[in-house]
Design a protein around this ligand. Structure first.
Ligand code: FES
Ligand SMILES: [Fe+2]
Length: 435
């Protein structure tokens, strides 16, 4: 249980709030690079700031104020040039540093004028890594962007999936240190959604939470799992400050404002040996729906199930009314450490997990359970028969709504020369399954 005041400290994300200032010390993923295959400008709101994300004709990304410095038109209706974005109202042009680099009428009318010099707008650095666009919205000096080890893996099918989640980011992140919910929300609820009364999944009987350099780990044992099980020896990672890392994928809960979160997930699915070499690795991006065509919440897929839990806790979860138990030790741990971190940053210290050293940022390692699934390939036949990869050819279990062109590209990558002969049968199976 938390007082209202402490709950606000954890959940407010605007500039100048304690948590807002703390979160601004980190790079945050904000979009998929492949999103910019389809468009060049996008309105985006991050940590309470209305911004414009664009990719100019030279391929440079910019993240600048939503409003033009002239008379405040919305720059997300602007169009990109070789350098920067041009406002669609009177043609002023801004570059990725926020400098106003062109004012067409002013330059014609008064070539010696100095108006440009006082028209710079807010701008934040953007970098692309492994199909993700990351932004840094904090004070200088800009820290290193961590190239996490999985971003360096080869021969994978990479999907970046975004979803708009209408609740505060912190309740989403608490879910990253909550092993027991897997049993009830993902396993048993799925049984019940299939119309079956059981059997229920193996029960958790032991959980452990630890802190390490880049966040927390949780470990779990369920009935039938020995002490040598990778879920007990290694476990999963709640990545500082707002990530979740599960071996083959990352999830981030990026604050949009105090009441909305952008879910950004990065999936790496290792392809069969026969599909190598996969180069250059292309990434796919798609926006995942959270409601169906009738306006009902989607509850069939893992992250959709998580999302209904997060949103169900309220726009901003009221932590003064909860009752924590032994399963919530990880939750208490995150909160306590964040309170300490917020204070440390406010008094001028470095936030834990921020990387300044260029070398260290090249491939920081995270605890990875079952690394062989991602690093080593399987022959195609074993791949399709495996309980891990086999079902993926039919369904992407993490998020509902995988677009057909992405599913098709995945099948083509997995099946190689067998693809043409099998695609019609696979599509018929999709139809029979109601996809
Ligand atoms: S408002 Fe943007 S150029 Fe005039
Ligand atoms: Fe979950």
């Amino acid at each position: 249980m938390l007082s209202e005041a402490r709950n606000k400290t954890l959940t407010q994300v605007g500039a100048g709030t304690p948590m807002g200032d703390y979160l601004r010390r980190f790079w945050h993923p904000i979009a998929g690079a492949a999103e910019f295959d389809e468009k060049s400008v996008k309105a985006i709101r991050l940590m309470g700031e209305d911004l414009t994300l664009y990719k100019d004709l030279s391929g440079t990304y910019g993240l600048v104020d939503r409003h033009c410095p002239h008379r405040r038109a919305d720059l997300s209706f602007g169009y990109v040039e070789d350098v920067g974005i041009r406002c669609n109202y009177h043609g002023w042009r801004m570059d990725e540093t926020g400098a106003c680099v062109e004012q067409p009428f002013e330059e014609t009318y008064n070539p010696k004028g100095k108006l440009k010099d006082r028209c710079a707008i807010t701008a934040y650095p953007v970098r692309e890594v492994a199909g993700l666009l990351f932004a840094y919205m904090g004070p200088a000096p800009v820290p290193q962007l961590p190239i996490w080890e999985p971003f360096t893996w080869a021969h994978g099918f990479i999907e970046v999936i975004t979803a708009d989640v209408p609740c505060n980011w912190f309740q989403c992140q608490e879910n990253s240190c909550d092993p027991v919910h897997f049993e009830w929300m993902h396993d048993n609820w799925s049984v019940r959604q299939r119309g079956e009364l059981g059997p229920y999944a193996p029960k958790h009987f032991q959980v452990a939470f630890d802190e390490f350099e880049y966040g927390f780990t949780y470990r779990r044992r369920r009935e039938g799992q020995e002490e040598t099980d990778p879920m007990w020896t290694t476990g999963r990672v709640a990545l500082w400050p707002n990530g979740f890392y599960l071996g083959g994928h990352f999830e981030w809960r990026v604050p949009v404002d105090d009441e909305n979160t952008l879910s950004v997930a990065w999936f790496f699915t290792r392809l069969p040996i026969e599909s190598e070499p996969i180069a250059p690795q292309k990434s796919f991006w798609w926006q995942a729906p959270i409601k169906d065509a009738r306006g009902e919440w989607i509850t069939s897929h893992v992250m959709n199930q998580d999302i209904v839990a997060w949103v169900g806790q309220g726009r901003v979860a009221d932590r003064s009314k909860e009752n924590l138990g032994a399963s919530d030790r990880g939750i208490a741990m995150i909160r306590n450490r964040f309170f300490e971190e917020i204070e440390a940053v406010a008094s001028g210290s470095e936030a834990k997990g921020v990387i300044r050293d260029e070398q260290t940022a090249q491939c920081p390692k995270l605890p990875i359970a079952t690394v062989e699934l991602f690093r080593d390939g399987l022959p195609r036949r074993d791949y399709l028969a495996s309980k891990w990869f086999g079902p993926r050819i039919h369904d992407f279990r993490w998020h509902a709504g995988q677009p057909e062109h992405v599913r098709d590209a995945f099948r083509r990558a997995v099946l190689g020369e067998e693809y043409e002969g099998r695609i019609e049968a696979l599509k018929a199976e999709d139809k029979a399954r109601g996809d």
